[in-house]
Design a protein around this ligand. Structure first.
Ligand code: ACM
Ligand code: ZN
Length: 513
C-alpha cells in the first residue's frame, strides 16, 4: 500500500502496474490554469529526475470534471492503472492536491520501474489548514519563504500566516512610511540566550524587510500552489519597532528603541490619538493592495494596558466612548480597525485576546492560549482557528536529547502534534461548524536560519497535515509512523532539513512507495 501523507479519505490498491519505461506525457485542461498546473507537474517531475515530453508514452491526464452535487473544496480523484495516471477534480485546487498525491506515489528515480495501481478519492476535513512563520524576531529571505510555501503545499496546507511585524523588527515595505524601512526594520543588537543576569547582547546590527515587489512575488507563488497568504500586522501591542520610527504614535511620545530582547513590552500604540488610526489605515491600505486573500491578521495579543491607564488621551477616549475599562478600549481599537478592513472587503483575524472587552462583530479568533478562546468565540458564533500552544507551537522542544538547539521551552513532540483534535469536545455540532481548522505557529526568537526553521517545522508539520486533512476516524499514530518512514526520504530529496529524532519510534523496515 502506498504511503501518502496526509492519509487520503479513500485509497484502494487495484490490479496491474504502471510501467515507467519512457517519459511522461502530461495533458491538462486547455485553460490558463490547466497550463500552469501541467507546468508545475512537469517541473516537479524534473526535480525528481523524471522526464516529461509531449512524445512520452506514460500519460498523466489532468481533467477538469463537473460534479452534480456540491462537493468539498479540494475534492479530487487519482487513478493509476496499466494505461496511465488520471487526476480529476472540479477545481484547480483539487487537481493540485491530486498532483501532490501522485508525486508521493512516484518511486524515487532508479528504485523501481513501476507505480502501484491505485484508486484514490480525497478531500480535506477542514477548510483552514495553516502554517505560520515569524519573520520579525529573525528574518528569512523571500527565497526561503517560497520554499516554506512549497513544502507546506506538498502537504496540502492551504494557508501561510506571515507574521510580518513585531517589537523586534518591521519587515514589510510601506511606501507611505519610509521610516519603517529605514528605522523599524533594524535592531541595534540581539539578546544572547533566553535571559540572564546580567543580560548579554551580541552587539551586532540585525535587520531586513521585504520589498513590495518581493511580497507580490511570494503571494503569486503561493497562489499558484493554492496557498492563501495571511499577512499579520500587529496592533495595538508588539508595536515597538513601528513606534521607534514614529514615536508620536505611542502614549508617551518616546523615544523608543526597536526591541533587542524578547517578551512583552509596555509601550504600545496609543488608542487615544486619531493619528494612530490614520497611520494604521494607511498601512493596511497598502497591505490589502498586496494581499488579495480574504483575511488580514491584526495580532491583538499581549497588549499591556499600563500606558493607556496613564495616558490622558486614552483616558479621554474611554470617557467619550463610554468604555468602562482598558479592555474595552482594546475592543474599541480592534473594532475600529475591523470596520476599516471590512470596508476594504477583508475579514479580520486576531489572537484570542481580542475577546477581552468584547469581540469585534465579524472577527475570526485564533486560539493560542489553550482551547478556551476558541470555545468561547465559537459559542458566540464566530469563526475560529485552533492553534493551542501545547499542540501547535513549533517553537517548543521536540525531543529531550541533550544538545537540542535552544528553543522557547515546552515539549511538543510529533506524537503530541498528531494527537491534536481541533474540534473541542465542549462544542455542540452546530458550534463546531465555526472551527475552520488549525494551524501551527513557528515563532523565531531562537530560530536563526532557514535550516533551523525547517528543523523545527518538520516532521511535525507532517503530523499536523494529517490532523487537518484526514478523516478523524482514520487517525492512527502507528500507521502514520509507518508512512512517515517512507515519506522522510521525500523530504530529503526536497532539501528539507527535518529533525531526525522520530526515527527512534520507527518499528518497521523501510520500504519504497
Ligand atoms: C502569541 O503567541 N503571542 C500569539
Ligand atoms: Zn494613549
Amino acid at each position: 500500500t502506498p504511503s501518502i501523507i496526509p492519509k487520503p479519505v479513500f485509497l484502494r490498491v487495484t490490479d496491474g502496474a504502471l510501467k515507467l519505461s519512457s517519459p511522461f506525457k502530461i495533458t491538462g485542461p486547455s485553460t490558463e490554469e490547466g497550463g500552469r498546473l501541467a507546468g508545475l507537474l512537469e517541473e516537479s517531475l524534473r526535480s525528481r529526475n523524471y522526464e516529461a515530453d509531449p512524445g512520452g508514452a506514460v500519460p498523466v491526464n489532468l481533467t477538469m470534471v463537473s460534479y452534480d452535487s456540491a462537493v468539498k473544496e479540494g475534492f479530487h480523484q487519482v487513478v493509476v492503472n496499466d494505461f496511465g495516471v488520471q487526476i480529476s477534480s472540479n477545481t484547480g485546487a483539487g487537481l493540485f492536491y491530486g498532483i501532490q498525491t501522485f508525486l508521493q506515489l512516484l518511486p524515487e528515480k532508479g528504485t523501481s520501474d513501476r507505480i502501484a495501481p491505485v484508486n484514490i478519492i480525497d478531500y480535506p476535513r477542514f477548510p483552514y489548514r495553516g502554517l505560520h512563520l515569524d519573520v520579525s524576531r529573525h528574518f528569512f529571505p523571500a527565497s526561503f519563504i517560497k520554499q516554506y510555501i512549497d513544502w507546506l503545499a506538498f502537504h496540502k496546507f492551504n494557508y501561510f500566516h506571515w507574521h510580518l511585524t513585531d517589537d523586534q523588527g518591521w519587515r514589510i515595505e510601506i511606501k507611505k512610511y519610509p521610516e519603517l524601512q529605514k528605522i523599524s526594520s533594524t535592531r541595534k543588537e540581539t539578546l544572547i540566550g533566553h535571559a540572564g543576569i546580567p543580560e548579554n547582547f551580541d552587539g551586532t546590527l540585525y535587520g531586513g524587510f521585504y520589498t513590495q515587489e518581493e511580497i507580490r512575488e511570494v503571494v503569486a507563488y503561493a497562489a499558484a500552489r493554492y496557498v492563501t497568504v495571511v499577512p499579520e500586522i500587529e496592533m495595538p501591542g508588539h508595536a515597538l519597532a513601528a513606534l521607534t520610527a514614529y514615536p508620536s504614535l505611542g502614549c508617551t511620545g518616546g523615544p523608543y528603541q526597536v526591541g533587542t530582547k524578547w517578551g512583552v513590552f509596555q509601550d504600545v500604540f496609543c488608542a487615544g490619538k486619531e493619528e494612530t488610526f490614520e497611520f494604521l489605515s494607511n498601512v493596511l491600505d497598502e497591505v490589502v493592495s498586496l494581499f488579495p486573500g480574504p483575511y488580514v491578521h491584526v495580532g491583538g495579543d499581549e497588549c499591556p494596558k499600563d500606558r493607556w491607564k496613564e495616558c490622558p488621551r486614552c483616558q479621554k477616549r474611554m470617557k467619550t466612548e463610554g468604555l468602562k475599562d482598558e479592555h474595552e478600549l482594546q475592543s474599541y481599537f480592534i473594532q475600529r480597525v475591523e470596520k476599516f478592513l471590512n470596508s476594504r472587503d477583508r475579514r479580520l483575524i486576531g489572537w484570542n485576546e481580542i475577546l477581552e472587552g468584547g469581540l469585534a462583530p465579524n472577527a475570526t479568533v485564533m486560539s493560542w492560549q489553550g482551547e478556551q478562546g476558541g470555545i468561547t468565540a465559537a459559542k458566540q458564533q464566530h469563526d475560529v482557528i485552533m492553534t493551542p500552544g501545547g499542540w501547535c507551537y513549533f517553537d517548543h522542544y521536540q525531543d529531550t536529547t541533550k544538545g537540542e538547539p535552544l528553543a522557547f521551552g515546552g515539549f511538543t513532540p510529533v506524537s503530541k502534534v498528531y494527537s491534536y483534535e481541533p474540534v473541542p469536545s465542549a462544542l455542540s455540532t452546530e458550534e463546531a461548524k465555526h472551527v475552520l481548522g488549525s494551524q501551527a505557529n513557528l515563532w523565531t526568537e531562537y530560530v536563526t536560519s532557514p535550516e533551523h526553521a525547517a528543523y523545527m517545522a518538520y516532521p511535525r508539520a507532517c503530523a499536523l497535515a494529517e490532523v487537518v486533512w484526514s478523516p478523524k476516524a482514520a487517525r492512527d499514530y502507528q500507521d502514520f509512523l509507518n508512512r512517515l518512514q517512507v515519506h522522510l526520504p521525500r523530504l530529503d530529496k526536497m532539501g528539507i532539513n527535518y529533525a531526525k529524532h522520530i526515527s527512534k519510534e520507527f518499528t518497521t523496515k523501510p520500504t519504497n512507495p
